[in-house]
Design a protein around this ligand. Structure first.
Ligand code: NCD
Length: 327
């Protein structure tokens, strides 16, 4: 039987003096974070940003190896974890073409993970099934970081999203955050809304009826005291939003592609839309966008999605340093 995730650090070499928050821990869900943890992570991310700006690459994780195991497509998440590890002086085993690995021979996820941890110190996993990261973490002695498990969670994305909100607007408490698009299948909004429930915020959900936030998640967040309202159109809530978090309709999650055809292109943010937004709003998107934000909006100072992407590097550097006991 494998150990509970929080006991993993006891299996690190005897005499290992490293300690610290999240040392040896899995990062599976944002539910494991307190506000205090988030402030700590953001402080480390700030330090990483500073170090990258001043010296670029440094040796904090020299000799450490990350296995980057991606069973689903990724540009930003995989490359930012890779860049994060290399900026910290470590190295990476990239497995993004699982069809060329033993997975294509039918190897199970637990066996693949047990293999990789023989060679690596930490495993980053993206997988199409909800709960896959937890299954991998059960099998592994080394820390597993969930980089997206189906429609479940994407904890490091939510960390970088919140870090971006804090950077763009200087605070989190007191804000009104509107999430738009595919709230049913979008794992980033599932994780972000959970993190926001730790703060004093108002959240508006805007989606087609078919793609509403899962009712059980809304109920759970309600119990945590998060103020949430649901809408079919953006117009009514846009003028009061401090953050507009736009998402892609997750085509690959639809069982019936006719349903996708019915909702694709439901919302498109244009310069015209931005005219009704607050002068200091942060327009965010986890990316990739497939038409939800018109390219003409990119030069609007409120368009924060490229800065948001950059934040991903610093937050992932912080997370890696923490789970490896170096922050
Ligand atoms: C998101 C994801 O994979 O959930 N992408 C990302 O990690 N930045 C969002 C998406 O694919 O729509």
């Amino acid at each position: 039987m494998s150990l509970p995730a929080h006991l993993k650090s006891r299996h690190l070499p005897l005499g290992d003096q490293r300690t610290g928050r999240f040392y040896g821990q899995d990062i599976l869900s944002v539910s494991q974070f307190t506000r205090d943890d988030l402030e700590y992570i953001f402080g480390v991310a700030d330090a990483m940003r500073n170090m990258v700006a001043h010296i670029g690459t440094f040796d904090l994780l020299k000799g450490k190896i990350l296995a980057n195991l991606f069973y689903e497509p990724s540009t930003r998440t995989s490359s930012s974890f890779l860049a994060a590890m290399e900026r910290l002086g470590g190295s990476v085993i990239p497995i993004s073409e699982v069809r060329y690995s033993s997975v294509s021979k039918g190897e199970s996820l637990p066996d693949t993970v047990r293999t990789l941890e023989c060679y690596a110190d930490v495993i980053v996993l993206r997988h199409p099934e909800t709960g896959a990261a937890a299954i991998a973490a059960q099998a592994a002695r080394k820390p597993v970081i969930n980089a997206g498990d189906g429609i479940g969670e994407h904890p490091t994305q939510a960390l970088l999203d919140l870090y971006t909100i804090r950077q763009e607007l200087g605070r989190i408490d007191g804000l009104t955050v509107t999430m738009l698009g595919d709230l049913k299948y979008g794992r980033t909004v599932h994780s972000l809304s959970k993190l926001l429930s730790l703060y004093d915020v108002n959240v508006h959900y805007v989606s087609p009826d078919l793609l509403k936030m899962p009712a059980d998640l809304v109920a759970q967040l309600n119990e945590h005291g998060l103020r949430q309202t649901e809408h079919a159109t953006l117009e009514g809530v846009l003028p009061e939003s401090d953050v507009l978090y736009v998402t892609r309709i997750q085509k690959e999650r639809f069982a019936d592609l006719n349903e996708y055809e019915g909702v694709k292109g439901a919302y498109v943010i244009t310069p015209e839309t931005m005219r009704s937004a607050k002068p200091r709003m942060a327009l965010m998107h986890p990316l990739p966008r497939v038409g939800e934000i018109s390219g003409e909006v990119d030069h609007d100072p409120r368009a924060a999605y490229f800065r948001q992407m950059e934040c991903g590097l610093y937050v992932r550097m912080a997370v890696l340093a923490m789970v490896l006991g170096k922050a």
